[in-house]
Design a protein around this ligand. Sequence first.
Ligand code: 13P
Length: 333
Amino acid sequence: RSIERITVVGTGSWGTALAAMLSREHEVTLLCRSKEEAEKLSTTRRNERFLPSIVLPEQLYITADPEIATSQCPLVIMVVPSVAMRENIRLLSPYLSENHIVLSAAKGFEPCTELRMTQVLQAELPGIDPKNIGALSGPNIALEVAEGKPTTSVVAFPDEQVAMRVINALTTKTFRIYGSRDVVGVEIAGALKNVIAIGAGAIDGLAAGNNAKAAFVTRGIAEISRFGIVQGANPLTFAGLAGIGDLIVTITSKYSRNRWVGQEFAKGRKLADILSELHPQVAEGVETTRTAWKMAQELAVDMPIIEQTYKVMFEGKPVHEALIDLMNREPKF
Ligand code: 13P
């Protein structure tokens, strides 16, 4: 059965971009947090706060009513910050039936529980078969997607047939999607690349050079792979679009929030100061650094880049000292 309607939950830059792009070729509903917001977006056809340059297509249906948004829409895409995934799915769960497919487009973990987003969704949606819960991740800078620039992404579900239905529902002339059964790997890749992007931004900020940046990103992927493999991920996932692909775009794009955070650290600024300037935007890599470093120690995975990024971010270590410490570790074979 083909999926006729899609609901996008979340009006940050990624949710708005995804909804705008998909609505040019599919029937899409965008679910807002409040009536006021829904009214504002519907009448102005713009999201001034998060994606001001994009006109929202007339055919994009905008509402704050979760019942309307889910009743005729078998596919629900959750595009909210990772910290807010649980509260958002709790609001929606009374309206979801066993026939719904739920796709997470958030790149992060739940702080405290260290759960991946599909695990949070599974916990909150006991009536939905876990094979209908999946993740979307890839090199997807929101503005480029909204502008209709050619973009690829990965959709991961435990079940290939479900993945194919979702791929068919989301494909457009400018949005090409690859399927994967490696939900764990795709989610870990999407979350952890943000930490590496923060570090790469700091290297840019220090003007430490392209050799340093290439090394950092390559060794970063090595760390992410180690971290994923011990949790059951397929190593090849990290060489694909959700891994190295997303890392490449995030460390090069001038629009990346995570890369920007790293650049600001290199100026000697403090975390609270950087985050207040970024607000209301969110750089997921900040919380992910905290969670990933904790998990790395629990899982006994060697992650020196994550460790140094953590020390810069949360212990006030100067960026150039972190770089010196990375360079002067014991030789590796
Ligand atoms: P930022 O969150 O750093 O803006 O990166 C967006 C992204 O995930 C690109 O795929």
